[in-house]
Ligand binder design. Structure first.
Ligand code: ZN
Ligand code: ZN
Length: 345
């Protein structure tokens, strides 16, 4: 007992290692840029002030979005999705699967759930004992059901879902800008050190490494950010890109696709001035999401709209693609809710 508790503690502590590595790299980059490049290497005071001002704006935005991605707790389904004691007893005492399905369907009738398991049943999490709202998945790392779960990210040691998806996207965007800015401003001095025009040994080491590290992170993050931009444009989560959500009429990977602008508003909200800041502005409460089918019923013109280009990813190819689209440095390797059994779909 004590041993398993000790192991769990070790596991929890170990999960912070990737975050600690990123934090150390960021701290070093701050020191190298501010002290070694701006204060020691740069001689022109105007250049110094300009470099430091832009750097600090980007640094604050980057750290702020990283912080929010790490410390915004994933949201669990509302109490009304949890089974009542009486329903739980009725469900557990029943051995026939078809009657169990009926019990779940009966409970779900009062709830706004439209997605189903692969065999058409109500999505139920037997670990959390709840009816899963649409787009909610169980994360095996966090051991909870997470609203609009996207994936579990080891680099922020947190589940990316409804509560922090916007923060995560902004974090990727600002890290790219941070790396790009460092690489662009350091390049001139990198050449000067490389050709021997500047000779300070200690600063040379930091400036050379700044450029290498910034370029390496930029290239890795570029692919991940591009992939998430594509997902947002289609209102799809990472899990849904690998396995299309199933509705009453069958699987439909475009089930939540409302068109580019509305898809963007689902994540960033309707107030454009909040789009670039890590503050809560996503639409809805994470339990119910507007669906393409419902929008079409309300506006028949949408039904004739050209279908989004087929991306060719389906459930069968998910396993082989899970490691191929994302660069290995930033691949979030734990897709906790992605088990194919009935309780996880
Ligand atoms: Zn669960
Ligand atoms: Zn998680």
């Amino acid at each position: 007992m004590a041993l398993s508790r000790g192991l769990r503690c070790c596991q929890r502590a170990f999960a912070w290692v990737p975050v600690a590595i990123i934090a150390l790299v960021v701290l070093w980059s701050y020191y190298a840029y501010v002290c070694e490049l701006c204060l020691v290497t740069l001689s022109n005071p105007v250049e110094k002030v300009a470099y430091l001002t832009v750097f600090h704006i980007l640094f604050v935005l980057f750290v702020w979005t990283y912080w929010k991605s790490i410390f915004t707790l994933p949201v669990q389904p509302d109490k009304k999705y949890h089974m009542s004691y009486a329903d739980k007893e009725r469900y557990e005492n029943e051995e026939r699967p078809e009657v169990q399905r009926q019990i779940l369907a009966e409970i779900a009738r009062k709830l706004p759930v439209y997605t189903r398991t692969g065999n058409g049943g109500i999505r139920f999490c037997d670990r959390c004992q709840l009816i899963k709202p649409d787009r909610c998945h169980h994360c095996s790392v966090c051991a909870i059901c997470v609203l609009k779960m996207d994936h579990h990210c080891p680099w922020v040691n947190n589940c990316i879902g409804f509560s922090n998806y916007k923060f995560f996207l902004l974090f990727l965007a600002y890290s790219l800008l941070y790396c790009l800015y460092i690489a662009a401003t350091v390049f001139k001095y990198f050449i000067k050190y490389w050709t021997g025009e500047l000779t300070n040994g200690r600063s040379k080491f930091h400036v050379l490494f700044l450029l290498f590290v910034a370029v390496m992170f930029f290239v890795s993050l570029m692919f991940l950010f591009g992939y998430h931009c594509w997902l947002v444009s289609r209102n799809r989560s990472t899990l849904e890109a690998f396995s299309a959500p199933v509705f009453q009429n069958g699987p439909d990977k475009n089930g939540f696709n409302l068109g580019f602008v509305k898809n963007l508003q689902q994540v960033f909200g309707e107030e454009k001035k909040l789009w670039l800041l890590p503050v809560v502005s996503s639409l809805g409460d994470g339990h119910f999401f507007p669906m393409r089918a419902l929008c079409e019923a309300q506006n028949p013109l949408l039904a004739n709209e050209e279908q989004w280009e087929d991306d060719g990813i389906d459930e069968e190819t998910h396993a082989s693609l899970s490691g191929a689209n994302i660069p290995s440095l930033f691949m979030d390797f734990s897709f906790g809710g992605q088990k194919t059994n009935g309780s996880s779909r």
